[in-house]
Structure formats: structure tokens, C-alpha cells
Design a protein around this ligand. Structure first.
Ligand SMILES: *Cc1c(COP(=O)(O)O)cnc(C)c1O
Length: 454
């Protein structure tokens, strides 16, 4: 049976559109017609053909990068909102969608135990992190931003955009920030903000929050938690005790970033930044001559660095959270648990197979591993060829350069000076992956044998 896209979204959309229309029924018709509509079928045909040129990100056999299909309700609600096209820059640009943004964001804050907060949606994790580091820089001028070598590369770039000095803290053999190295840097008093990554983009590693918080008691830095990828796993009931402890401490941070467009079932264009202290809002103060006419309340446009923002994103997120509340034990949480089970199962099967090296068990739903071979160069070559051979067989994995320190079993030969090795990586972020691990392994096995046979 060939795959088919879900299409009920289209009926739900048409029905809801007629409903929205009723809210504006008192307006006189104006017979507007968009130009060029008669050529639309022809151009849509071209669009459809162009879109065929993609990896099947939506399918369980796409198990490579961080790509997850939005929930049908997010798609439908987003599209529905575009008929109004609200702008959440200011309340008079999007009344309903601004209220929906506040409600949805408060629910995300609630996931970390926050009853008060300041926060809003952004175009993604990059902008959300930028706002958090911008606030840190404003509050502690001249101090440095510290993040681990496995933190998302965006932090280094953001620091340079903001003109803030940046310190990279080495990571340990599990991809977590090294606490001795952090303590040594903190002793100098130069660091104003530590970025802890809860779920690194590479391997889903969790920086040790309990130790970082102990250091904060002594050194008084701001703690920013980048949980762009991992944040929603706070709801999962099947984390290890160590990982759970870190998640339970996220609420101690001064700021948090979570990307609803990573694990929150949203289309791209949806990040979220949260501050524990609503007083941070004062930093955003400006006197715009253009907008804000309708309310004395703090507008979302007054607490965001981005000006125009899609109200549709807020509508989509709100709708998704109505359908699938973000709460432990719920359907949404079970989806995340299934992803983690998929990763545990894949890692266990690979670890029990002498052809592969698995450096550590996954903390979330990302598995990294390498083919066993006699040198760093050979491991890297094999990884690349297996990646290609798997793709030819319809299984899409990812490649990642990992520190050699993760793999004591890989011995560099005397001519090799690398400190990283090219490995395979699989982000199992669809709940369906749990049922697809066997099929994934069959293809991986065939790819390995094809490459080895050559
Ligand atoms: C994805 C990611 C980012 C960047 O977010 P975008 O939404 O891609 O801009 C930052 N940090 C982490 C940990 C991420 O996984």
C-alpha cells in the first residue's frame, strides 16, 4: 500500500472558514478578486511538482535530522488564520491571536512550574535564544556568556551579533558541559550568564543542572536553559532518574527557550522564550509612534525584539494545545515517550551488535553511533558510505562529527591527528518510529553489508 497524505485537514479548514466568515457577516461585500487567480491551477501544479523534490521528512523512514510533521490541527488552524492574517506585533493587529499567544505561552511556562513569567513566541529557537542572551547582556554589561562545546552553534553567533564576549566550556564524554571546567572559569568572575543545554542538538545530551545550580549559589550568574529541542520531554514519564532530575530543575532558570516547531507539532516559525522575572519587560521599552492604540496592557510588541510576527503561529499552537494538552500522562506526552522508546530500542540493538559502537545510551530520542573500524579515517569513510547506501534504500539518516573522546575503542593510527570522527545520527522524533525500529535496522543492516562487501 502506497503512502497517502492526511487530507481531512482540508474539509475541517473549509468548514471552519465558513464559520469565521460569520463573524464578519455585517460587512458589505466588496467583490475583491485576487489578480491572476485563473492561472492558479497551472502554477499550483508546478508547485506540487517542485515539492516532490524533498526527502520524505514526514515518513518514519526519514530518521535523520530534526524534522517532524506538524499536527493536522496546527496545519488547519494556521491556514485558517491566514484568511485574517493577524500580526501579533500589537493587539490592534491581532486581538484574538494575541490572547491565544498569551494563553499558549502560559501553558508552556506552566510545564516548568512557572505561575508568573514574561514570554512570547518567536520565529524560532535562534531568535528566542537571542532575546534571552540580549537580556542577560543588558542586565550584566561586560560579563561573558558561557556555553558548552556541544551547545547549539547559534549561541556563539548570537554573542557575536550582540557584541557579548563568549566562552566555550568543554564537554565531557557524554556530550555534557564539563563541571570542573565551568567551575574554573566561574572562579575568575568573568561570566555573567551560563547557557545550559537541556537536550543538545547533536546527541540530546543534558547539561548537569543540579551541579550548575550549586555553582550558581556561589557565583551568582544568570542561568539560561536552551531547551529548544528537549523542553517538551519534561512531560515524558520514561526518562532516567538523572535526566528527570535535570528536567525538574529547569524552572530554576532565569530564562528558558523551547521550540514548538521542534517537538511541539508546529510548522516552522514557532519558537518561544520565557523569563522567570516579568520585570525583564522593562528592557524592551520603546516609544513607538506607530502602533498600540487599543489597550493600556503591555503589548506583545513591547516585549519582543521582532516586530511583525505571525498571529497564525499562535493560533496553530493554541489549537494544538487544546486538542493535546501539554500535561504529563496525556496523549501528547505519550507521543514523546514513544520517541524515546524508539531511541532506546535502536541504541540497545546497535549496542548489542559488534559491528557498531554506541558511545552512550540516548537521554532523549536521538541516537548517535559509529561503525567499528581500524582507524578514525576508516570509521568516517564507512559512516559516509553507509549513510549514502541507506538513503538509496529509502532510509534517511544523518551524519555528525563527534569528539573522538566519546569512543575510547576508536584508535587513531599514527598518522591521524583528528579530534572528531564522522558518525551516524538518527533523530527518532515521530512516535511511529517505535514501530519502525525493526524495519530501520533491516535497511541499515543491508546498507552496512553492501558497503562492507565493496
Ligand atoms: C534547534 C535548536 C536551536 C536553534 O533553533 P531554531 O529554531 O533552529 O532557530 C537552538 N538550540 C537548540 C538546542 C536547538 O536544538
Amino acid at each position: 500500500m502506497a503512502m497517502e497524505f492526511e487530507k481531512d485537514t482540508l474539509d475541517a479548514l473549509a468548514k471552519a472558514l465558513r464559520e469565521v466568515e460569520k463573524g464578519f457577516a455585517s460587512l458589505p461585500g466588496w467583490g475583491a478578486r485576487a489578480p491572476g487567480l485563473e492561472r492558479m491551477p497551472e502554477v499550483m501544479q508546478q508547485v506540487a511538482e517542485r515539492l516532490q523534490d524533498n526527502y520524505p521528512y514526514f515518513h518514519p523512514l526519514y530518521a535523520g535530522q530534526m524534522l517532524k510533521p506538524p499536527h493536522p490541527i496546527a496545519r488547519a488552524a494556521y491556514a485558517l488564520a491566514t484568511w485574517i492574517n493577524p500580526n501579533n506585533h500589537a493587539l490592534d493587529g491581532g486581538r484574538a491571536s494575541s490572547a491565544m499567544e498569551r494563553e499558549a505561552v502560559a501553558e508552556i511556562a506552566g510545564m516548568f512550574g512557572w505561575k508568573t513569567h514574561l514570554g512570547h513566541l518567536t520565529s524560532g529557537g535562534t531568535m528566542a535564544n537571542l532575546e534571552a542572551l540580549w537580556a542577560a547582556g543588558r542586565l550584566d554589561p561586560g560579563k561573558k556568556i558561557a556555553a558548552s562545546a556541544q551547545a547549539h552553534y547559534t549561541h556563539h553567533r548570537i554573542a557575536s551579533v550582540l557584541g557579548l564576549p563568549f566562552v566555550e566550556i568543554p564537554a565531557d564524554a557524554r556530550g555534557r558541559m564539563d563541571m570542573q571546567a565551568l567551575a574554573a572559569r566561574l572562579a575568575s568572575g568573568e561570566i555573567g550568564c551560563v547557557v545550559a543545554t537541556v537536550g543538545t542538538t547533536g546527541a540530546g545530551s543534558i547539561d548537569p543542572l543540579p551541579e550548575i545550580l550549586m555553582l550558581r549559589d556561589r557565583h551568582h550568574f544568570r542561568l539560561h536553559v536552551d531547551a529548544a529541542y528537549g523542553g517538551y520531554f519534561s512531560l515524558a514519564g520514561n526518562l532516567t532518574a538523572e535526566t528527570r532530575e535535570a528536567f525538574d530543575l529547569i524552572g530554576q532558570a532565569n530564562s528558558i527557550v523551547v521550540d514548538p516547531h521542534k517537538h511541539g507539532l508546529q510548522p516552522y516559525g514557532c519558537g518561544c522564550v520565557l523569563f522567570s522575572d516579568p520585570g525583564v519587560g522593562a528592557l524592551y521599552k520603546h516609544d513607538s509612534p506607530y502602533t498600540y492604540f487599543t489597550s493600556a496592557e503591555l503589548h506583545l510588541g513591547e516585549i519582543s525584539l521582532e516586530c511583525s510576527r505571525p498571529g497564525a503561529s499562535a493560533v496553530a499552537l493554541w489549537a494544538t494545545q487544546r486538542l493535546l494538552p501539554i500535561e504529563p500522562g496525556g496523549e501528547f506526552a505519550r507521543g514523546l515517550e514513544a520517541c524515546r522508546e524508539a531511541a532506546l530500542s535502536l541504541a540497545k540493538r546497535l549496542d548489542g551488535d559488534s559491528r557498531w559502537l554506541v558511545p552512550f545510551p540516548p537521554e532523549l530520542d536521538i541516537v548517535v553511533w559509529a561503525p567499528r573500524a581500524a582507524s578514525v579515517r576508516l570509521v568516517s569513510e564507512l559512516s559516509h558510505r553507509i549513510f549514502d547506501a541507506a538513503a538509496r534504500r529509502g532510509l534517511h539518516l544523518a551524519l555528525i562529527h563527534l569528539p573522538l573522546s566519546y569512543f575510547p575503542a576508536i584508535q587513531p593510527d599514527s598518522t591521524e591527528t583528528h579530534d572528531t570522527v564522522l558518525c551516524l545520527r538518527s533523530v527518532l522524533m515521530k512516535p511511529e518510529h517505535r514501530e519502525w525500529v525493526d524495519r530501520i535496522l533491516v535497511i541499515l543492516d543491508a546498507a552496512f553489508e553492501e558497503v562492507r562487501g565493496r
